[in-house]
Write a protein that binds this ligand. Structure first.
Ligand code: ADP
Ligand code: MG
Length: 400
């Protein structure tokens, strides 16, 4: 039986998309006797089977099968470019129209989140040979290439007075319930700025860099990644212990009939979440256990917000302030934003519990209600100028 929520088509109005991607078993996993317990049926359904013992192959050793239906389901053979085309690429026209878009990769450590969002190491070599958008580039570089292409076209067609298109990026991580700037690391825990009228307006003191093409952004990302908190756990040699958030801010500005400058901004958040596995599994102790607790706190708060929004009763029930991650994503989850969730699963029978939890999480998320709006800003709303200045002072004091 396929598990469905009340609303089966979550792409209603193109506002939200929930996809599941299953990675292949690695050579090491196959050599170790691990078997696949997941199957993608067609391009929307994922079936997961609980075996009566690990490594079971006989039909008689197989227990219950659960099937879940999503907007998109990708099996292990689906290449990066197709994952992109069937997910984030569909929202590029919205970004150019002024909508905010958030894409996040969810799943246990080693399930393929970073591969899906960034791509694998071969990506750099491919880009160097001009093979952009090949098999190994993930959603982040492919999205950037298309946004820059779209902006160039818009600029060429510009017909408003003084119309200008530009792009800047910020890159941050949420680590141990603290927001850290990855482009200008300072050790300062940056505040989420919330305005009573405008909602979440950003992160105070976060560095913003303008970029003229996707290569420049990738360069910034590579630099930012060297500042990320990764640490080996039993589950993955370079397990990400933080949630990494790339914010792309695309601006279109022009002069109105009174000569006043008008700016329309759209924000794209591309998020590589930390692993969703349970702490017990990783044998973590001390500091690692504390990190795990904080990762789980953020992901639990995210799940709780998704549950509250899925029930559709009231947005007030969603407790965004329970974690830094949900506070930061408040405007995305509340509906000022179009949302794509890509749940990643490792099909190994040894990962049954984690994969099943991920599928249940994604199944729940399908029911969220999203109602985005285009936000037009009369010049930049510079609420919080004092706090900005204070942060700048702190930053300078630390550096001197
Ligand atoms: P996560 O970020 O979820 O911890 P990774 O993206 O680092 O996981 O993936 C773990 C390993 O699996 C990496 O070696 C990665 O290259 C490989 N991998 C993940 N997804 C795929 C895929 N779809 N195809 C091939 N290899 C993959
Ligand atoms: Mg990762």
């Amino acid at each position: 039986m396929v598990n469905k929520c009340a609303r089966t088509a979550s792409l209603a109005g193109n506002n939200m998309l929930v996809a599941v991607r299953m990675r292949p078993l690695s050579r090491k996993e196959i050599q170790g006797g691990e078997k696949s317990c997941c199957q993608v049926v067609g391009n929307k359904i994922v079936a997961i089977t609980k075996a009566k013992r690990p490594g079971a192959v006989l039909k008689s050793e197989m227990g219950s099968v659960n099937e879940y239906q999503f907007d998109e389901a990708f099996d292990e053979k689906v290449p990066q470019i197709e994952v992109y085309k069937r997910t984030a690429a569909r929202l590029i026209p919205s970004v150019l129209e002024g909508f905010n878009v958030t894409v996040f990769a969810y799943g246990a450590t080693g399930a393929g989140k970073t591969h899906t969002m960034m791509g694998s190491e071969r990506m750099d070599a491919e880009r160097a040979t001009g093979a952009e958008g090949g098999q190994t580039c993930g959603i982040i570089p492919l999205t950037l290439i298309d946004i820059f292409k779209g902006m160039k076209q818009k600029q060429a067609e510009a017909d408003l007075p003084d119309e200008k298109w530009s792009l800047s990026v910020s890159y941050l991580e949420v680590y141990n319930e603290k927001i850290r700037d990855l482009l200008e690391p300072s050790g300062i825990n940056l505040p989420v700025q919330e305005d009573p009228k405008a909602g979440i307006v950003g992160v105070g003191g976060l560095a913003k860099r303008t970029a003229a093409n996707s290569d420049q952004v990738m360069e910034l990302l590579r630099y930012g990644n060297t500042n990320r908190r990764t640490h080996a756990t039993d589950a993955n040699a370079t397990s990400s212990r933080s949630h990494a958030v790339l914010q792309i801010i695309m601006s279109q500005s022009w002069s109105n009939s009174k000569g006043k400058n008008i700016t329309r901004e759209s924000r794209v958040n591309l998020i590589d979440l930390a692993g969703s596995e349970r702490a017990g599994k990783t044998n973590n102790r001390g500091k690692r256990l504390q990190e795990g607790a904080n990762i789980n706190r953020s992901l639990l708060a995210l799940a709780n917000c998704i549950n509250a929004l899925a029930q559709g009763t009231t947005r007030k029930n969603a407790k965004y302030r329970d974690s830094k991650l949900t506070h930061l994503l408040k405007s995305s989850l509340e509906g000022q934003c179009k949302l794509i969730i890509i749940a990643n699963i490792n099909p190994s029978d040894q990962m049954f519990e984690d994969s099943h939890n991920t599928l249940k999480y994604a199944n729940r998320a399908k029911c969220m209600k999203i109602d985005p709006k285009v936000v037009r800003l009369q010049e930049r709303d510079l609420a919080w100028p004092e706090r900005e200045k204070n942060l700048q002072r702190q930053r300078e004091a630390k550096q001197s």
